[in-house]
Design a protein around this ligand. Structure first.
Ligand code: K7E
Ligand code: CUA
Length: 622
């Protein structure tokens, strides 16, 4: 079936449609393949394991989904910014404290930690666009360990999480601009003068991964969009696109799409770090902020055709592809030329003290990829893959250097195009943002699934499609569905990590952990009741807790199992409480005992033949 071209925006799109219609490359074909030999390529037999992890952002679910490649099987959900009763996240004291006052987040761009420009398998960072936060997941146990934020002076943490090549920083930029510091009121009609955006360097402790806000660079109120970090020749630099360099504050659909070009930010983060060390920053809401009008050399603007979205540095670090979603081209910039242009001051004026690099001095070519280009990924073999939102396709093209003949007609570098279903947003090739991409697979993350699955009513899933990119032509292998909404994903070789499956007893430092029934017990001090409890197949000790209505009850429950998959839960009837405790783990829950009565508690995670018998009573006396 075909769908009508979804109208992404008004005006400029019609022009875009006209331009691209003339240059559809050869190789287009239907995506739905009934060729069963293709099925073998994504088939992972029962009992066998996938070759790669796929870490999907869970969008406004606030979570991260983990699937295997090539099977596309969903393996687990890592709760990050929202409570998740399946793992008891957001119910125990520690995770509650991490979540703070928020019960949701909007995860867009997961970023794996890197060492020497390669994934090191230590951490996965994810952003929260909604509440200006960033979280760190430890890949040793696949658990969220830290949530930083709300980041001061930062509103709409969308241009995030871009990890530098040695995980020095997670670099983030603001989608929204507000009067700063946050909490200050200004009328939105004074947007251009009173509102500001920000680029932030979130410092990562190299040993522990602990994040802290390092420094910030003040920007005009453009809407910063996607970003990417440099490597090789662009080591120490980072890039963000923006929409709305018009600095409009209402009816953005029309008002922010007036200019033929918007600005990308070209940020020298090493220079920013140095400038802060040199005392050139001013403190704003507790953060060292650099004003580029006063501190030269930390940020430049680069014109990019119309309302760009993605900006992606290639594995060599020399080529930077930015896609103007309202123009059917992807602009390829040469970072070597960018450096020369900066050195030679090849500027087209400045905006608020920030030099604007001459487009003509640094553009390598505008590649006519197709309609609605958004994001680009690389396979490390000289090929680039750009998602085409409006066209519902992926275009494959060749990175520079190009021959003179190719330069004359850049249509000739487009080597393949494959339809996807439907309206693709991001796409991911394993390791595309590293020096050594895996190639092999591409996952298209499509915004609409439009009836390609069993009907589930009005709430529709998103669709992901697995594409084999090992040949000259791309091959559609498989498709799967996820809950809303993967924006971006990261792919990691399965053998790059060796997660633990049991918390070793020796590592449990919880002050109230207990390991056998003799150490357990209930103690009272005033109206506070503290319980030390063990969970073991198939009982809780103690299995009776006596309290009075209104008591503040704290239970420290230790799962003393040291066997993989022996997980116990503690659910308390009518107390909105469920905590799930992994082998060797201790969790603390705190609640106020409810109305008088007897409230059974039970193990929520099926653990043994006598799992059903794993229960007890919270006896609440009047
Ligand atoms: Cu959905 Cu990266 Cu937030 Cu593009 S973003 S599509
Ligand atoms: Cu313990 Cu079920």
């Amino acid at each position: 079936m075909s769908i009508p071209s979804r109208v992404l925006v008004g005006g400029g799109l019609a022009a875009a449609l006209l331009v691209a219609a003339a240059c559809n490359p050869p190789g287009s074909r239907t995506a739905a393949s009934s060729d069963t030999s293709v099925a073998a390529k994504s088939f992972v037999p029962p009992g066998e394991k996938d070759e790669y992890y796929l870490f999907y952002s869970g969008g406004h679910s606030g979570q991260v989904y983990v699937a295997g490649l090539p099977s596309m099987r969903h393996i687990s959900t890592i709760p990050v910014f929202a409570p998740y009763s399946a793992t008891g996240y957001g119910f125990d004291q520690e995770s509650k404290q991490m979540l703070g006052r928020f019960t949701w987040g909007d995860v867009h761009h997961p970023g794996l930690s890197q060492s020497s420009g390669k994934y090191d398998g230590r951490w996965l960072f994810v952003n929260d666009n909604a509440n200006n936060r960033i979280a760190r997941i430890d890949l040793r146990d696949f658990k969220t360990k830290q949530i930083l934020g709300p980041i001061p002076n930062s509103s709409g943490n969308h241009g995030s999480s871009f990890v530098t090549e040695n995980s020095e920083y997670v670099l983030v930029a603001t989608r929204f601009s507000v009067p700063l510091p946050k909490g200050r009121y200004a009328d939105p009609s004074a947007y251009k003068t009173e509102f500001n955006g920000m680029v932030s360097g979130i410092k990562i402790d190299p040993k522990t991964g602990e994040m802290a806000v390092g420094w910030q660079i003040l920007t005009p109120p453009f809407n910063w969009d996607l970003g990417s970090t440099g490597k090789g020749p662009s080591s120490g630099w980072a890039f963000w696109t923006s929409y709305n360099s018009e600095m409009a504050h209402e009816k953005l659909e029309a008002t922010s799409t007036q200019g033929e070009r918007d600005y990308a930010a070209v940020v020298n983060w090493r220079a920013a770090e140095q400038a802060v060390k040199d005392g050139k920053a001013t403190m704003l809401d507790g953060v060292a902020v650099l004003d580029p009008a006063k501190v030269a050399g930390v940020i430049y603007f680069l014109p990019v055709p119309k309302s760009p979205h993605g900006i992606d540095t290639d594995p060599s670090g020399r080529w930077i592809a930015a896609s103007g979603k309202l123009q059917p081209v992807t602009s390829v910039f040469d970072f070597e030329k960018i450096q020369k242009a900066i050195a030679a001051k090849a500027f087209d004026g400045e905006v608020r003290g920030v030099p604007v690099i001459k487009y003509e001095a640094v553009i390598e070519g505008e590649v006519p990829v197709g309609l609605g280009p958004l994001h680009t990924q690389y396979d490390g073999k000289g090929n680039a893959y750009t998602s085409l939102y409006v066209e519902s396709a992926v275009a494959k093209w060749t990175l520079p250097p190009w021959s003179d003949a190719q330069k004359k007609d850049l249509n000739t570098i487009i080597s393949d195009k494959i339809p996807v279903h439907f309206n693709i947003g991001h796409l991911v090739v394993g390791g595309s943002d590293t020096k050594e991409p895996y190639g092999k697979y591409l996952v298209a993350m499509n915004k609409l699934s439009k009836g390609r699955h069993l009907s589930v009513g009005p709430s529709q899933p998103e669709s992901s499609q697995l594409i084999d990119i090992t040949g000259n032509k791309m091959t559609m292998l498989y498709e799967a569905y996820t809950e809303p909404e993967p924006h971006f994903a990261q792919i990691l070789k399965a053998d790059a990590i060796a997660p633990i499956e049991v918390y070793p007893k020796a590592e449990n430092t919880h002050p109230n952990a207990v390991w056998d029934a003799a150490q357990t017990g209930v103690t009272r001090s005033g109206n506070k009741v503290e319980v030390k409890m063990v969970a073991i197949r198939s009982r809780f000790a103690p299995d009776r807790i006596d309290v009075r209505a209104g008591d503040e009850v704290t239970i420290h429950v230790t799962n003393v199992e040291q066997t993989t998959d022996m997980i116990h839960g503690l659910g308390i009837i009518e107390h909105d409480m469920n905590v799930v405790v992994d082998p060797g783990e201790t969790k603390t829950v705190k609640f106020i005992a409810g109305k008088p009565g007897v409230y059974p508690f039970y193990c929520t995670n099926f653990c043994s033949a006598l799992h059903q018998e794993m229960q007890g009573y919270l006896a609440v006396k009047p």
